[in-house]
Design a binder for this molecule. Sequence first.
Ligand SMILES: Nc1ncnc2c1ncn2[C@@H]1O[C@H](COP(=O)(O)OP(=O)(O)OP(=O)(O)O)[C@@H](O)[C@H]1O
Ligand SMILES: [Mg+2]
Length: 243
Amino acid sequence: MSAPVIRFAGVSKRYGRAPVLRAVDLAVAAGEFFGLVGVNGAGKTTLIKCMLDFCALDAGSIELFGIRHTLPRARARLAFLPERFLPPYYLTGRDFLGFMLSLQDRPHDDDAVARMLAVLDLDPAALDRPVRAYSKGMTQKLGLAACFLSGRDLYVLDEPMSGLDPKARAGVKALLAELRGRGATLFFTSHALSDVAEICDRMVILHQGVPYFAGAPRSLCDHYGESSLERAFLRCIEAPADA
Ligand SMILES: Nc1ncnc2c1ncn2[C@@H]1O[C@H](COP(=O)(O)OP(=O)(O)OP(=O)(O)O)[C@@H](O)[C@H]1O
Ligand SMILES: [Mg+2]
């Protein structure tokens, strides 16, 4: 098997005295679509912040593409959408996309941008308005457009469906299917277990700083003898030691 694209080894993180991540071991293979779920405050975003070197680890190590995560080149093949995506308020949508494409060293392809906006159902006329005049969902679509236009190999998306209408959610799923077709890797978080089941090859439930139930989403129900994903999830976090 090829080396994992993402590898967490014994990663621990506290805020003050409160432990958030406890010796997390996790690996995501090239081409895998991976979903991280857990209750509010479980540590999902913290795990991503650790991965991206936005905060220091208390213990353990992380590698991206086999490169230590603190080295900038570890992130060279990665596109990231934060859970609270806030582009600079004074830019127009067009300026923001142009800025992101230049940062990513990508050519500005008007046809690719137009197609992306169509798939995400974002009115092209909005690109000429400052992003401070966007609704929450429009802002999210702009961030997703910048990620999907990046042409990168690894997509780290923290609650990418947040605030999206059903049409845009379907568009994101179509774009993810395209990424899968070209062998990209996905690491995403979501509270919508049905999305995780539809999109991911494998999921992990993070609870009290520890990963539980690593497996195919469709096997979560079987594992807990439940017929609904929500109930199986609740069983896992109520008695994680059984996982
Ligand atoms: N900068 C910070 N300073 C102190 N505590 C923090 C900080 N960031 C997060 N925390 C705490 O760490 C824990 C995990 O937060 P995190 O944002 O990683 O959760 P999450 O799983 O992403 O939750 P959600 O589903 O709500 O996005 C929470 O208890 C939170 O209060
Ligand atoms: Mg979060």
